[in-house]
Design a protein around this ligand. Structure first.
Ligand code: DI6
Ligand code: FE
Length: 400
């Protein structure tokens, strides 16, 4: 595809709010210059200045912003298929743990993996996402729980952009789990905070995350991590109210977090606080599905309060071994009753917001020309199909 050029023959779901559903433009044209959208509108209105540009036609196809997976743990060693099998054969949680299962086993495998081996396994996951039209992925640390391995994970995440046409945002998740035999306060003060400082000093951290949960860290411990993030000038986000209600959503709102993720047990009062703070609720139906959760996030309250909702895979080896963002959209509709338009906004416009980005997630002048071209007529088909990937082409900064 030449640059500049005009993409034509298409319908465009621009995802720009305020107009038609999906920001849909029929018989549309998108002008791309220097990898950025220069103009978008009905082909019939193409300004004269663009008439001489070469046209790239995708006749009869639907173009959307490229998808954004705004919550993943795709850098990790090993997998937990064995533990999955043991549980389905009737093993208890304790038996699984004694057989070396659970998050501790992923920590062990991640510590043991060389950077090159970690990168290789990560790239198989990145390639699966790219094949689904994803052009931006968030990647968390959190399976190291020591300075060296947290840093190794983030360095691996940073290497992805050099070898694949995809953009990466990193989140430091040192406060993900309490290492076996450690006091959580001691871990936060003596390991997590120094690791955050060291990773930040090396330019490895775009945002700071935590797991605020009975089985992980309480609000006072997360607040210490967020205070450090504030000192370092880094945005914060939080795994909040996933398994129980312990105040994570309110804490995220109080710190002006860019996102609060999972939020199954968030209350209407939390929704109001998130709305006031402009915090995006990131819904992760893959984890809900995998752990047989029954409490769905308060989607109606989010809508009523005007909380923006994003949707992501949470791709991790334990609670969400989900490698399909399209399937996450389908699950968000079926399990959480999002509309297909909300699900697509959740993996485009609102996913960008959940990462603090304003240059992607919509097709509009000035946005990056990161686009997905689909063999569908109706944008609802993207959420409707189960296990179907109707991607025709992915355009990354104007390049197919
Ligand atoms: N929430 C989760 O569901 C996962 N981490 C988190 O913060 C669990 C990750 C794992 O089991 O490996
Ligand atoms: Fe997660």
């Amino acid at each position: 595809m030449p640059d500049p050029c005009v993409i034509s023959g298409i319908n465009a779901a621009t995802m720009v709010p305020g107009g038609a559903p999906y920001g849909l433009l029929e018989q549309a044209a998108i002008v791309v210059t220097n990898g950025v959208v220069d103009w978008v509108g009905p082909l019939a209105d193409l300004p004269a200045g663009f008439h001489d540009l070469e046209q790239t036609r995708y006749d009869g196809r639907l173009v959307t912003p490229a998808l954004i997976d705004c919550h993943t743990h795709i850098v990790h060693g090993g997998n937990r298929a064995r533990e999955f099998e043991l549980r389905l054969n009737g093993a208890s949680y304790e038996e699984v743990a004694r057989a070396g299962g659970g998050i501790a086993s992923t920590v062990q495998a991640t510590r043991a993996a060389s950077p090159d081996a970690l990168l290789a396994s990560t790239l198989t996951r990145v390639d699966a996402l790219i094949a689904q039209g994803v052009a931006m992925v968030e990647v968390k640390s959190g399976y190291g729980l020591d300075l060296e391995t947290e840093m190794k994970m983030l360095r691996v995440a940073r290497r992805i952009e050099g070898v694949r046409p995809i953009r990466v945002r990193t989140s430091f998740l040192g406060a993900h789990a309490v290492p076996d035999g450690t006091d959580p306060d001691h871990y936060i003060d003596k390991v997590c905070l120094p690791a955050l400082e060291a990773c930040h000093a090396e330019g490895l951290v775009d945002a700071v995350d935590g797991f605020c949960e009975g089985i992980a860290f309480d609000t006072a411990q997360i607040a210490r991590v967020f205070d450090k993030a504030r000192d370092l000038g880094l945005p914060v986000k939080l795994h909040a109210e996933q398994l129980s209600h312990i105040g994570g959503a309110a804490l995220a709102a109080a710190y002006g977090a860019i996102s609060a993720d999972h939020v199954e047990y968030a209350t209407p009062a939390d929704a109001a606080a998130l709305a006031r703070a402009g915090t995006v609720a990131v819904l992760l139906p893959g984890a809900f599905y995998t752990i047989h959760e029954t409490q769905a996030p308060p989607v109606a309250a989010f809508r009523d309060c005007g909380v923006a909702m994003a949707v992501a895979t949470d791709w991790n080896p334990g609670s969400s071994p989900l490698g399909s963002l399209l399937l996450a959209m389908n699950m968000a509709c079926t399990l959480f009753r999002l509309t297909p338009e909300e699900a697509l906004a959740g993996t485009t416009r609102n996913a960008a917001r959940a990462l603090g980005l304003d240059d992607c997630g919509m097709i509009a002048p000035g946005m990056r020309a990161d686009l997905a071209v689909w063999d569908v007529n109706d944008p609802a088909e993207l959420s409707y199909g189960i296990g179907i990937t109707p991607l025709n082409a992915r355009i990354y900064q104007g390049t197919p």
